[in-house]
Design a protein. Structure first.
Length: 361
């Protein structure tokens, strides 16, 4: 009988490190290690946290009764690499160099692959990442922006979006790569993507699309230019405003959809107007993306934490059900998505890619 795959899953975030161990599809444990500000205050650079986080991961695994020697593979959330295709990548020296020296942006997720490789190397195992946030399978025509020095980028939620696509296909008993899906990821930020035969060929990101509980989405351009140039604030401050203080937060002072629904139930007409406007924006983006595939859509999938709102889902359904059947699959689980993605590689259902750095000499 073949030995079961035992996978250590690593997902570093800015204020926590999530870890899990899976025996094939079954989680043995899933833990979130919180990092207080004082825990990280002594690290001036992101990669100074490498040893600290690695030791916490190994310690937590042992505390949960899993010996590192029992692992067969190590998996991490992907960091901010240059644009890459979807799927799995074997973690090699080029990935680690890129994330350490020239990532697209600084983020704690850049620590994941190097930590995974360090643990795997010591055990003579392989390490993988799967569907990093920089997955970009958009066509040339989809990337064109109005200024030649700019281009549309595919920074969205590929890990959860494609995982939900696989889940939907499995429920229907069809091959994932036979379907054309529009997938709306509705969390603190929103992104809506077209997944055509397994590839994310276009996306409306949280800098272009509908506002969300925390993010502004696309803004009226002329008003935005006036606001930005007259505010006296710098780029970093303005970015914090549009990424963390927009949408429901700006209008209603909360990013909690449940609180908004309580206000609506109590007769708050303004809360209803803003909440419905958020649904309206999602529906309009879904409609726009349906044109990318000439309306030939097998299903529209609504996912993410906000998909738990029946009120919001009903408003979206009313506007887009003419396009294709609507499937609501609330929540997201990055740890499970990483485990199942790499498990498909280990079973020979997918092939891992090899990343070559465009910058390393």
């Amino acid at each position: 009988m073949a030995k079961k795959e035992r996978m250590l899953i690593i997902n570093p975030g800015s204020t926590s490190t999530k870890i899990a161990v899976y025996d094939e599809e079954a989680p043995l444990f899933v833990k979130t290690i919180a990092h207080e500000k004082e825990d990280l205050a002594g690290f001036s650079e992101l990669f100074d946290q490498f040893g600290y986080r690695k030791e916490l991961i190994l310690k937590t695994m042992e505390e949960n009764g899993v010996k590192k020697e029992s692992l067969t593979v190590v998996v991490s959330r992907g960091g901010l690499l240059p644009p890459v295709p979807s799927g799995a990548f074997l973690v090699n020296d080029d990935i680690c160099w890129q994330l350490r020296n020239k990532p697209q942006n600084e983020h704690a997720s850049n620590l994941g692959a190097p930590i995974a490789k360090s643990i795997a190397d010591a055990l003579e195992l392989k390490a993988y990442i799967y569907d990093p946030v920089t997955v970009d399978e958009m066509s040339d025509v989809a990337k064109i922006a109005a200024f030649p020095e700019m281009r549309r980028k595919a920074l969205d939620h590929p890990l959860n979006s494609r995982a939900i696509g696989h889940l939907f296909a499995g429920r229907k008993g069809v091959a994932f790569d036979s379907l054309t899906l529009i997938i709306a990821h509705l969390g603190g930020g929103f992104s809506i993507s077209v997944c055509d035969k397994g590839r994310l060929i276009d996306v409306i990101t949280d800098e272009e699309g509908p506002f969300s509980p925390e993010r502004t989405g696309g803004l009226p351009l002329f008003q935005t230019l006036e606001w930005a140039t007259s505010s006296g604030k710098n780029y970093k401050t303005l970015m914090k405003r549009v990424k963390n203080q927009g949408g429901l937060t700006a209008h209603l002072g909360t990013n909690d959809a449940r609180e908004v629904e309580r206000r609506i139930a109590a007769g708050d007409a303004y809360a209803k107007l803003i909440y419905e406007a958020m649904a309206y924006g999602v529906a309009k983006s879904i409609g726009a993306l349906s044109t990318v595939v000439s309306g030939k859509v097998d299903a529209v999938i609504l996912t993410g934490g906000v998909a738990n709102s029946e009120m919001l889902m009903d408003w979206i359904r009313d506007r887009v059900s003419f396009i294709a059947p609507i499937e609501v699959i609330p929540g997201e689980n990055e740890m499970e998505a990483l485990a199942l993605g790499v498990l498909r590689v280990l079973r020979g259902e997918e092939e891992a890619r090899v990343f070559r750095s465009p910058d390393r000499r």
